[in-house]
Write a protein that binds this ligand. Sequence first.
Ligand SMILES: Nc1ncnc2c1ncn2[C@@H]1O[C@H](COP(=O)(O)OP(=O)(O)O)[C@@H](O)[C@H]1O
Ligand SMILES: [Mg+2]
Length: 210
Amino acid sequence: MTGRFITLEGGEGAGKSTQARRLAEWLSASGLPVLRTREPGGTPGAEAIRELALFRGPWDPVAEAMLMFAARREHVAKMIRPALKAGIWVVCDRFADSTLAYQGYGLGLDHGVWRRLADLALEGLTPDLTLVLDLPVEAGMARAEARGANNRFEMLGTDFHQRVRDGFLAIAEAEPERCAVIDARAGLDEVWSAIRHRTARLMPALAEAA
Ligand SMILES: Nc1ncnc2c1ncn2[C@@H]1O[C@H](COP(=O)(O)OP(=O)(O)O)[C@@H](O)[C@H]1O
Ligand SMILES: [Mg+2]
């Protein structure tokens, strides 16, 4: 059987990386083979593109989206697809929705361009479940600031981050079967509980452990 593909999405400081670790550990403890990875990045080539995309620039919007999808194409072709094919569950910290939210909703990239790049890069690969961690912009920025190490997007203003947040919510609303909006204002354990219960729906054996 092929593995399941779970992505975590949301703005800065929403708790994606923290919860991705918990989720991968829990799936693994449940006896499933798991790969935890992140975007942009995941493979050596894609990590090199990550440096360009997040810490260089600013880029032309289409060029920026192409960089994101070039990294994603590498990641999907060399890591994600082979893992899923081998029955491994993949937990990915950010994926294609982030490019639509940041470059599309946030920076004004034409959504049709995003769609064409996504079709080219992904050839139909869609997550089985996307957890959208939703948090008010100010709270997310405060958490991200406390954590440190600012990339180019974290330094953009409140208006940009509000458009990104609204973008993620619009994406989730358009695809309610795939996406679950998780209220990320709560404490770590409460957010984790919501994630665990939603993920457990992917497999009966997990529902018993949730
Ligand atoms: N639910 C939460 N409540 C309080 N602090 C949190 C919560 N989730 C994450 N944090 C903290 O906020 C910071 C950012 O979390 P992180 O998982 O790195 O977010 P992201 O990957 O979405 O940017 C970290 O210091 C983390 O410990
Ligand atoms: Mg993170």
